[in-house]
Design a protein around this ligand. Sequence first.
Ligand code: ADP
Length: 450
Amino acid sequence: MFKRILIANRGEIAVRIIRACKELGIESVAVYSTADKDSMHVFLADQKICIGPPPASKSYLNINNIISAALLKKCDAIHPGYGFLAENAEFAMLCSKNNLKFIGPPEEVIRLSGNKSKAIEIMKQNKIPIIPGSNGNVKNEKEALSIAKRIGFPVILKSSFGGGGKGMRICNNPKELLDSFHITKSESLSSFGSDHTYIEKYIQKPRHIEIQIIADNYSNIIGIGERECSIQRRHQKLIEEAPPENISLKTIKQIKECAIKAASIIHYNNLGTFEFLVDSNENFYFIEINARVQVEHTVTEMVTGLDLIKHQILLSSGEKINQIDNNLTGIKQKGKAIEFRINAEDSENNFIPSPGKINNCFFPGGPGIRLDTFIYPNYIIPPYYDSLIAKLIIWGNNRTEAISRSKRALQEFHIDGIKTTIPFYKKILENKNFIQGKIHTHFIEEEFEF
Ligand code: ADP
């Protein structure tokens, strides 16, 4: 078992990982940029070390500084959280070269998961359902056009190395495709370091359903639960729930089997998520692998009672699944959990970022409420990083209870000094289609005007 883990992250996920370390009796080391010296993760960890100035490229993405910090603090492992270096195969490789256990899947798995078109190609070869498309990178406009004509418009152009909802363009006709092709390629190159681009049929109003996987070093793989992540804005998730509503158990079972098969094909190991799009006829298609812990892992924790971060750490230390928990294979999801991503954004003003000082805050409590956050009164949210400041996770015996509890919790929740997405979520909770579980990835743009 590890003695001391360096957490190569900040914000709520750093706090979350520190909590798991403490419960496992493992020492934690926080890294921070100078902009984060007053951040909660710095206070909660057993030790702290500054790794650079505010820009992420000079601190949280600075591989040399992070590895040096881990060696200086005599850590035996690094937890990357999500974002930043979590899916950086180079970083994972350098960790092992320096005898630091990277808490995540092996380097080759990270490399493959990061190359979305390659992962899709492999899934196709192994008969995992994928969306009709190029099944690999598209070389030029001519090829793009002929594929689009074969599969039919609309299509979506996607960066092979894209992520976070970025690097995608929907094209409704040949002109839009030709106009977008080079822009997508050059944006991919500047944002993701590669111009590799692929094409998929654009599925109308799909649902985003994903499977949480747990896999150990001994080829044991379990599907732990499924999540609905269809409430998105600009392809970025805002509200997630577990388990999904209004979908047959048969379809869920098939998606889960596919995810486990996909994980075994690529020798997946550690915690991971296999993402699928599901159309209105419940046809489902693999879209990508997230080789890390996800923001929304919490909803699965709430309905299973598991601590996925602790499991992740134990798996990385070499434990077998049945050593961690003999009952994992038969794990059942109980009730309903909904997560609201509380972002420092002005939801009444085109979601523009709203960093700054939190003059005061009051957090909701009572039955079924969990809050993962790093904010506190007088804390100043720096403008340099992503806008997620809290995750409000609600559990109810059923969806009706989870929704009424969510309304109550959002009413109690006060953050003064900055704008947040809380008012927007209050509106969503009054929406008839949301209440009935009639949701898809275009729900927000169809139901709300900005
Ligand atoms: P990222 O890695 O940036 O999150 P994904 O491939 O996971 O990108 O897609 C993010 C979201 O974009 C999906 O949840 C869905 O809403 C939308 N999307 C992606 N591909 C398609 C597609 N072929 N048809 C319709 N929507 C899509």
